[in-house]
Design a protein around this ligand. Structure first.
Ligand SMILES: N[C@@H](CCC(=O)N[C@@H](CS)C(=O)NCC(=O)O)C(=O)O
Length: 209
């Protein structure tokens, strides 16, 4: 079994690292720097988008942080993070919601774009306000994406909410803070974040040398 993880600590690679740590599977880490290395021939052969994260498992490449989360949950069923039959609807619904409409709404909103009433009907994300209401209502009803049990969908949904509240692209509502606190208690979360923080510190130290 070979598991190669391509990332930069200051990226959505943090989501994939958390997912990897949740599986407990050993992996080889490849730090890809922004700029020429990420846009160079060798890395483009792995991800033609020239973006991180990417994963190579036994030779097969998976890109897109959400797809990496979902892939890992099914590739390592012993981690118990794939959904049961009863959880499957919620799992897929919230994973895709977070990766598609929610991410688009946050990006457009933070870029200052406000869709017209007509555009909210044709844009898949509707509007930032709609997304916010829907996800707040969900998390005031349930502790996790699939109800009362943590699943891999929470790595992705929780990361969107965590980054959003951290960078100010989502409001620091109590319902979000409480969800993030539940997730941040996980050993895999702590291990993943500690590794990325150490790499960021190393990068910053080498810049100031
Ligand atoms: N949709 C992709 C987005 C990946 C992405 O945009 N990664 C950024 C870092 S967070 C990146 O690699 N940017 C470098 C670039 O485009 O040059 C995912 O979810 O994995």
């Amino acid at each position: 079994m070979t598991l190669d993880f391509y990332t930069n600590p200051m990226s959505r690679g943090q989501i994939a690292r958390w997912a990897l740590e949740e599986t407990g599977a050993p992996y080889n880490e490849h730090i890809i720097s922004y700029g020429p290395e990420m846009k160079g021939e060798a890395y483009l052969a792995i991800n033609p988008m020239g973006k991180v994260p990417a994963l190579k498992h036994n030779g097969a490449v998976v890109t897109e942080a959400a797809a990496i989360c979902a892939y890992l949950a099914s590739a390592f069923p012993q981690s118990g993070l794939a959904p049961s039959a009863e959880e499957s609807a919620d799992y897929h619904r919230w994973m895709f919601f977070a990766a598609g409409p929610m991410e688009s709404a946050i990006s457009f909103h933070s870029a200052g774009f406000k869709p017209t009433k007509e555009q909210t009907a044709t844009f898949g994300f509707g509007s930032y306000e709609m997304i916010l209401d829907v996800v707040k209502e969900k998390l005031s009803r349930d502790s996790y994406a699939c109800g009362e049990r943590f699943a891999m969908a929470d790595v992705y949904l929780g990361s969107q909410i965590g980054f959003g509240t951290q960078f100010g692209t989502l409001p620091k509502e109590d319902v979000f803070t409480a969800y993030i606190e539940r997730l941040a208690n996980r050993d895999a979360f702590k291990k993943a974040k500690a590794r990325d923080a150490a790499l960021i510190a190393e990068m910053q130290a080498s810049k100031s040398d």
